[in-house]
Design a protein around this ligand. Structure first.
Ligand code: AMP
Length: 217
């Protein structure tokens, strides 16, 4: 970890990026960071899924990339973020989750918002496939479960769904996209002195404790 404990407390008005491979636990940790900092979560994956569910032209364009596990083109994503950052609640910075995912996206972000911290959750590839393929979501609450690691209560088990891109083939494509296009960003942010790494290959609460120590908000 390059960044000291409590680092973020001095940089409260700015944005945080939550960075890591698919299945690293970004969504779970994002909830805790939102609770600790009050910053709204901006998840491009959630925004794209909402656009897809609403059947907007943007959602329809993104669909084929998402289902295959490929990245949606940068101009589409950057347009989404530009629009989102104009909303009132973004004024004191946000928590980006799943964005940026390419160097051009990070360059565009640098023009739109000030990022003071990038938290990278590191998990080995062989751990990720099992985590994602067993992942299930409760469509009524948005809560995430896992068939082995976090089974849902029996009374809601019947309504759980699996994300279309949470199958092994798409996961492997998502991991390739992560290594080829996204992981170079770690070096990019590290050179700017903004990167803090945490070990994502441990119990969720322990990951959360490492993140809390960095944020100390
Ligand atoms: P996520 O929920 O973050 O895992 O994103 C699900 C899918 O949405 C990804 O596999 C991509 O197809 C697409 N996506 C989400 N965020 C981005 C982004 N920042 N850049 C490109 N594609 C994205």
């Amino acid at each position: 970890m390059l960044i000291e404990k409590g680092y973020f407390a001095d940089n409260m008005g700015q944005s945080i990026v939550l960075f890591g491979p698919p299945g690293a636990g970004k969504g779970t940790q994002a909830d805790a960071i939102v609770g600790a900092t009050g910053k709204p979560q901006v998840s491009t994956g959630d925004m794209l899924r909402a656009a897809l569910a609403a059947g907007t032209p943007l959602g329809l364009e993104a669909k084929k990339y998402m289902e295959a596990g490929e990245l949606v083109p940068d101009d589409v994503i950057i347009g989404l973020i530009e629009e989102r950052m104009q909303q009132d609640d973004a004024g004191d910075g946000v928590l980006f989750d799943g964005f940026p995912r390419t160097v051009p996206q990070a360059e565009a972000l640098a023009e739109i918002a000030e990022v003071s911290l990038v938290i990278s959750i590191e998990v080995p590839d062989d751990e990720i496939v099992g985590r994602i393929v067993g992942r299930r979501m409760d469509p009524e609450t948005g809560d995430i479960y896992h068939i082995t690691f976090k089974p849902a209560p029996a009374e809601i088990a019947h309504r759980l769904i699996q994300r279309k891109d949470d199958n092994e083939e798409a996961v492997r494509t998502r991991l390739t996209a992560y290594h080829d296009q996204t992981s170079p960003l770690a070096k990019w942010y590290s050179e700017k002195g903004l990167l803090a790494t945490v070990n994502g290959n441990q119990a969720m609460d322990d990951v959360g404790a490492e993140i809390s120590a960095i944020i100390d908000a």
